[in-house]
Design a protein around this ligand. Structure first.
Ligand code: PMP
Length: 299
């Protein structure tokens, strides 16, 4: 099943209309969950940080013990080609995927050289800010010695899916989840920021959540704009006293939290500033990349 209605699939050297079949019954991924993926966007004629998303899927595949069958430049070039087929004016979700193919019953390690590769491009609007709500999840995030957290692996999303499902069942859009040490990690699908006294705080990367590309970009953009951004171990108590909360991720880029638990969060001043900075950055074609890199010190 697809999220969007219009889909284009790259598989085995050709573009296919629609959601093409790519995994067979004996593929390692089909029963042992070795998929890795990344997510990028085209909107308003730009594809911000496509190079970083292309590089990350290579790192994810390698973290899972797979040898990527193509390099980052090829992933990026193909995504650009697929976007051109849709048209530069379309709002798109770009998802490269790799997975392990050969498998042998009784042997569960991957065959490094036998890695599948596909790109799925779907038409998908940008979600509008305004109604995004957040609760706290009863489910927490594993340490790197408990799961392959350094990969953007499909297998990790079994946990994220139940975080999301539980939040939705309780009437929220998403939920904060804690790491196993009790600090706030991220939501089921985004990184998280909070604001107190004009200072922006976000969890410090500790291997228990994805150090997102949008997260790093926003940290750099805010700092370059003169905002103090502190990466720290944050507790739920910190979020109780937050004046504002916003989340970042590829799908919506920056999304202010309108309601946190039973609290109406009011006007998202910093969230809107971060959103405006991101759009300025994206629409400028990334010309400020070097300045942002310097200031983030992270990318
Ligand atoms: N955390 C999780 C669990 C995610 O799925 C995503 C979306 N990829 C993010 C954070 C944000 O990462 P990025 O900004 O790199 O898209």
């Amino acid at each position: 099943m697809a999220v969007g209605k219009e889909i284009l699939t790259w598989y085995e050297g050709a573009w296919h209309e629609g959601s093409a079949p790519i995994i067979t019954a004996s593929d390692h991924a089909a029963w042992l969950g070795s998929t890795v993926f990344d997510g990028a966007r085209q909107f308003e004629g730009v594809r911000p940080d496509l190079d970083l998303h292309s590089a990350r899927i290579i790192r994810s595949a390698e973290a899972m013990g797979m040898i990527p069958p193509v390099d980052a430049a090829t992933v990026q070039g193909l995504m650009e080609e697929g976007c051109a087929r849709f048209g530069v004016d379309r709002v798109l979700y770009l998802r490269p995927m790799m997975w392990s193919r050969d498998s042998a019953p009784g042997i569960i390690d991957v065959v490094p050289e036998n890695t599948g590769f596909s790109i799925c491009i779907e038409a998908l609007d940008m979600p509008a800010p305004g109604g995004f709500s957040l609760t706290v999840s009863p489910f927490c995030r594993p340490r790197p010695d408990m799961a392959v957290t350094e990969a953007k692996a499909g297998a990790l999303y079994a946990n994220n899916a139940r975080i999301m499902a539980d939040a939705r069942k309780r009437g929220f859009s998403n939920a904060l989840s804690l790491d196993v040490e009790g600090f706030v990690a991220e939501t089921a699908s985004t990184n998280v920021f909070m604001v107190r006294d004009g200072v922006v705080f976000t969890p410090v990367p500790n291997g228990m959540f994805l150090n997102g590309i949008t997260r790093q970009r926003i940290i750099g953009l805010l700092r370059a704009d003169g905002v103090e951004v502190i990466e720290a171990s944050l507790t739920l108590e910190d979020f109780e006293s937050a004046e504002e909360i916003f989340v970042t991720g590829n799908i919506a880029k920056v999304m202010p939290v309108a309601r946190y638990k039973d609290r109406d969060m009011g006007a998202p001043r910093m969230g809107q500033r971060a959103r405006d900075l991101y759009w300025d950055y994206a629409l400028s074609g990334g010309e400020t990349v070097e300045a942002v890199r310097k200031s983030a010190g992270a990318l």
